[in-house]
Design a protein around this ligand. Sequence first.
Ligand code: PLP
Length: 340
Amino acid sequence: MKYNFDIIIDRSQNLERKWDHTYIAKNYHLTGDNIINSSIADLDFTTPLPIIDAILERAKKGVYSYSYVSDDLYQAISNWYYHQHQVNVPVDKIKLVHGTVNALHQLIQCLTDVNDYVLVQTPVYGPFGQAIINNKRRLLANQLQWVDDTYQIDFAMFETTIKKYQPKLFILCNPHNPGGRVWTRNELQKIIAICQQYHVLIISDEVHGDLALPNVKFNSLLSFTILDNYLIVCNSPNKAFNLGGLKSSYLITHNEMLRAKIDEQYQRASITSPNVFTIPAYLAAYNNSEVIMWKTAMLTYVVKNYQYVKEKLTVIPGLKIMKLEASYLVWINYAETNLT
Ligand SMILES: Cc1ncc(COP(=O)(O)O)c(C=O)c1O
């Protein structure tokens, strides 16, 4: 096999929030070598070699001063979307920013007012709610329904909630973390229709989009026609290639008015130079057929891991394991067992 995903990397002394022993002891009050931290969506394989090489090359220059975003970065992102997701993204619609979670805070600050409602579908990646609450907006939750071990959207409730509370924003997790759902075109079309009808801006977090499992088609919201382009997409190669520590990501919107407000917000917050390693890492990730082959092999391996976990855990009565369509997270419900 060309890639060896069986190698276990010792990350116990790596200052990594997921595995570092000191961090785990301090924050979870747990010690020992056999702790398996399932709390962070961080890849447990090394980054593909072309990306490592690009970072090393840049590191060897020995100067790490303030950098700027070069045009070829935006071209690489545009090419990636075209080839991987069959979507045309003109380079001037993309903006490199400092991480998706930070971007959610910035977007909420510049596109809503204090006390406005912001809608999410729960359960969902925790920082969505924190971005809403910490910025003194009101969190509105449409509960996802667990049906046949997969999450389904209660569209009637989705519409009723929007009609009643008139949220300015809906933050969609597409694919869904933690449910592992890759929303179908039909589901996304219904979401868009309702949001359009009530003039709700959609922010689509697509950071797990590159992790749709083999034979599952991820649908970027950019592949739909949306009235007034009332949409912002958040994405990055962080989840797929283990680059979260670079603290970078990007936004895409075709709406000029939204773009102007976003630019103004980032200027106000003085968020300018990207991380010096981001550009070489992203170029290597998005411009490299070797990286695409690595990703396919990695996801094939993840499917086997998922099957293994399922096989081993289904012996526990009452345990319910969600079907996995994207990413490397398994969502397990143990409410009907006597586990704690
Ligand atoms: C859905 C989702 N969005 C965003 C992030 C974090 O993105 P970033 O590290 O760019 O802030 C995560 C990380 O787990 C995630 O699962």
